[in-house]
Write a protein that binds this ligand. Sequence first.
Ligand code: BES
Ligand code: MN
Ligand code: MN
Length: 453
Amino acid sequence: MNQYIADNKDRFINELMDMLRIPSVSADPKFKQDVMRTADFVAQKLRDAGADNVELCETAGYPIVYGEKVMDPALPTVLVYGHYDVQPADPYELWHSPPFEPVIKDGKIYARGACDDKGQMYMHVKAFEVMMQNNALPCNVKFMIEGEEEVGSANLATFVKNNKEKLEADVILISDTGMLGNDTPSITTGLRGMSYVEVEVTGPNRDLHSGLYGGAVANPINILCQMIASMHDENNHITIPGFYDNVQELSQEERAEMARAPFDLEKYKKALDLSDVHGEEGYSTMERNSIRPTLDVNGIWGGYIGEGAKTVIASKAFAKISMRLVPNQTSEEITEKFKKHFESIAPKSVKVEVRPHHGGEPVVTPTDSVAYQAAARAYEDTFGVKPVPVRSGGSIPIVPMFKSELGLDSVLMGFGLDTDAIHSPNEHFGVFNFLKGIETIPLFYRYYAEMSK
Ligand code: BES
Ligand code: MN
Ligand code: MN
């Protein structure tokens, strides 16, 4: 199979670059035709690779690309999940080359979606082709590639609930996460959940002259800043009452185990041009960004932000706030607690409104399953070292639903790196990582089929 990969790698890369040229930004309706075209592209590539019954499953939003190869109903079935939509590329001016004109520089493919998730999802399409061409697909496979992951997967959730039979499988396989480094492979064993809200603070009924009214009426921007600042105490604990009630604390043994994963704080700071890190007292950086919940402002606006100065007290101020959740918090519970708290700390001089956006639940995946063990063996074969289990801070809202709706665990075989700049300008994916993924995935199938017997 490795010979086949070596002989075809240039074509694999070119096909990925073709897909990266289509700006499939799900958040912005301006790109609707492009998102649809990307779905067609993925469907065609699945057909070309040898999948049967390839179809676009319509939803209330963007279609889900489905395809399958049933070798023998008696064999186990792997359900591959990925997404063909991407984050907006803004701010465009910070890209060294245009986000939808992929280029290869220093062995990396630069484009929006190169890593998250077109590059990683396409490894599975090509690994499938490799297995088909070498008569080496040892079990059944189903593909489910969606176009709304970056906007919360609400329609996929409905699809999963309504198509349990179609999606019957033994395990879910996903490459939409990262690993520690190219010489320290790791497998993701947990994802944080999310509660996302938008808040609006209203002061006077119109923008006012800040000299005539300043000091005498509430400035909603000042108030919003105070309210947000008060939500962390001096130890960077979140002050929302009950916020930590359901947080599962790790045992000392589990924390010691976590601390064994290689992590270089100096390198971490240097990569981000930081003189120091920041976070919850009593927890390491690795813990802060994986097993602990957070509250972060993602955007804040109001008042005058144009050229020069305008003396004004704005009528309204806004912020978008995300809270990353860990077991056993739930998005519904935390959204409710946030809302109640935010309303309770608002002074009488303003009105506030809290509007919930999408949510998602946290999830932890087992390491003692056949599927995890198969994945670990596959990485060990291709990287030469045993992969480390690592809980990630990111979220993939559909993963906990695979468990709750289909009863299936996911194996999160990521090949990206933290430095790949996903969601940022100059996102990229190593050619090494892309090809390593294509090499490692068939080994997972082989070991999974063998060990399931
Ligand atoms: N692939 C990412 C999530 C991810 C990246 C998890 C790296 C672990 C490591 C996914 O596309 C993503 O960006 N998810 C969003 C959530 C969604 C509801 C917008 C996130 O985590 O912000
Ligand atoms: Mn992703
Ligand atoms: Mn993403």
